[in-house]
Write a protein that binds this ligand. Structure first.
Ligand SMILES: NC(=O)c1ccc[n+]([C@@H]2O[C@H](COP(=O)([O-])OP(=O)(O)OC[C@H]3O[C@@H](n4cnc5c(N)ncnc54)[C@H](OP(=O)(O)O)[C@@H]3O)[C@@H](O)[C@H]2O)c1
Length: 337
């Protein structure tokens, strides 16, 4: 909380989050609970929502939560949602259209028709229906905020992502047009366009193949769900007269939908510590940590004397973070960081 700038207060505001059972949606739920919002958490996996509800309630007993187990593609159910919500939750102040997915990385000539439909229905059609259903309440009281979760894939296209990119481009167009429609009201419309963030997104995309999914995030410091939720919280806590149009947010190692540098692959990594005791701690950490950056790295740990203590083939994210925290010198190839 700044003494020089007043952000908006979420206390008592009703926040509807679609896709709250994992990833960004779950992280947003935690942040909104922390800020005193009243939550409607929606997804298909009931048990995941129930666990989340009980965890949030344990930490924030005053937060009111309503669970909705629903497939966002079910247009009829979405249309009757406002009347089926308990009266205390019917006036939605902030609608976060987050549920979405990518399926497969096939080229256009072998795209699955089923997957195409699922992506369009979830990422575009459902957002339009939720917006249609909840915007009249916002118009009636001349206040509200619609936040759509886009992607860098809505700004750029890439091979293997034809339908996902098309759906996020469509979502960006829809969001911009919604902002045009509502200009002159006090209703805000925001797009958040994240780059790669480690959630269940790639596991879903690769249909349960966790190794393929893990490869997406190897070799660079990808964002996580909390990093993206933080952008959403920023947008919804601006003072009411400020409207964030779009936040494009990526890892420092990503510059767009097509470009990710993987600086920790194929590098020789030398870590030098201030003391040999610290170096031996580093060595133990190295041994305990999981591989990050693929097995193609070679790395070495040096004590203060420069004596090489350990040499190996793997480097881990945890290890690098701990190195920074302990102010160990980390040298990646010829780059010192
Ligand atoms: N992670 C990334 O790198 C990334 C980057 C840019 C944009 N995005 C976008 O961010 C959003 C959230 O993704 P995430 O990374 O958090 O992925 P995630 O961990 O897979 O979460 C997706 C959420 O959407 C829900 N969902 C999917 N289909 C649904 C349906 N038909 N009905 C109801 N809920 C549905 C899932 O819940 P259930 O399965 O329980 O229904 C889940 O809660 C998506 O729109 C995605 O396109 C992700």
């Amino acid at each position: 909380m700044s003494r020089h700038y007043k952000s908006a207060d979420l206390r008592g505001k009703t926040v509807l989050i679609t896709g709250a059972s994992s990833g960004f949606g779950e992280a947003i739920a935690w942040r909104c609970a922390e800020l005193g919002g009243k939550l409607i958490l929606l997804a298909r996996r009931k048990e995941r929502l129930e666990i989340l509800q009980s965890e949030i309630t344990a930490e924030y007993p005053d937060v009111e939560i309503n669970l909705v187990v629903m497939d966002v593609r079910n247009t009829e159910e979405v249309q009757s949602l406002p009347s089926s919500l308990p009266p205390a939750f019917r006036e939605v102040d902030i609608l976060i259209n987050n549920a979405g997915l990518a399926l497969g990385t096939d080229p256009v000539q072998s795209n699955s028709i089923e997957d195409i439909k699922t992506m369009l229905d979830t990422n575009v059609l459902a957002v339009a229906v939720f917006t249609k259903v909840f915007t009249p309440g916002m118009v009636a009281k001349n206040s509200g905020h619609i936040v759509n979760i886009g992607s860098t894939a809505g700004h750029e296209s890439y091979a293997g992502g034809s339908m996902y990119c098309a759906s996020k481009h469509a979502l960006r167009a829809f969001t911009n047009a919604a902002r045009d429609d509502l200009v002159g009201t006090d209703i805000r419309v925001t797009l958040i366009s994240p780059g790669a963030a480690e959630t269940e997104f790639s596991i879903v995309r690769f249909k349960g193949d966790v190794d393929k999914a893990a490869n997406v995030y190897k070799g660079f410091a990808a964002m996580n769900a909390a990093d993206v939720a933080d952008q959403i919280v920023f947008a919804i806590t601006r003072p009411p007269h400020v409207q964030i149009n779009d936040i494009i947010v990526t890892s420092v190692h990503q510059s767009g939908a097509r470009t990710i540098a993987r600086p920790l692959q194929n590098k020789t990594i030398i870590m030098q510590s201030a003391s040999s005791a610290a170096a031996s701690g580093l060595r133990n950490l190295a041994l305990r940590s999981q591989c990050w950056g693929g097995s193609k790295n070679t790395w070495a740990v040096r004590g203060s004397s420069g004596r090489r203590i350990l040499k190996g083939k793997q480097i881990s994210a945890i290890l690098v973070k701990q190195c920074y925290a302990a102010r160990w010198t980390v040298v990646l190839g010829r780059h010192k960081c």
